[in-house]
Design a binder for this molecule. Sequence first.
Ligand SMILES: [Zn+2]
Length: 281
Amino acid sequence: MNILLRPTVMELPAVGTNIIRNNRLQGIVDADKKTGQPILYIPAPSSLQQVVFQLVTDEEHFCFFCHKKLTNSNSNVDHLVAQRVGGPSIYKLRPMPYTISAEDVLKGHIDTSNVDVNLIEPVTNCHRTCKKCNNLKNSVDEESFDQALLMIDEGTSIDKVKKFIRNTERQQYDLFIKSKSINNRLAPIVSKVPCDLIKDTWYTNPDDFKRSRQGKCKRFYSEHGFFRELVILDRNMEVVSGRLVVRFSEEEGIEAVNAVIISNVEINPAVFCGKKMVTDN
Ligand SMILES: [Zn+2]
């Protein structure tokens, strides 16, 4: 098989760190038994988003846009590339300096021990912002929102600024639909992954999918001929998010999907057995 994939590594807190959000243990950073490298273990796919939101909250104390000091009650996590145009919940993912063949992936874990993560600019799609900025921004891109903030500084009325944001949003969405392309910010970390490499052991109930077939994912694909969502995979090629895209691709015989492979994250509920505050979702 001659397919090349681009794995990424996530910048992690120190080995031994427990990541707790909403009173639940959402992640543990531990050393990999084989390589000794730090791995983020999560108990379930849904925990990754919680981990990302917690890391953003721990590390960023000022609004990304207006630089106001933040309190827990006055902050949100904003997606720079909006979820509406395929922006995933990722934080500090570093593209690895090489690509690997699909065969390597099939052989087992991807070896990240030789990667100097400091060499490469991380790709982040989540930042902490004040609620006001988060609400005002909606789904426009960063540059347009900076422009909107400048308009406010220069005394433009808030109604005019909101109108500017609405119009820009519409144009950007139309462009996204027309070009069917991944945002440039995300492009360095996305691989075209063959569906037969992807595992989804967390998928248990076919009824969920039958119901969801009437849902957003199918409607969007039928209308536009591409998927909005990026699939996120752990280091074993297990689905972390984008399950509907994977199921639907299987049903329709679509061979490959756009995905981000995070080589130092692993879904592993066994690591959490007997720990306090274990998530039950
Ligand atoms: Zn702000």
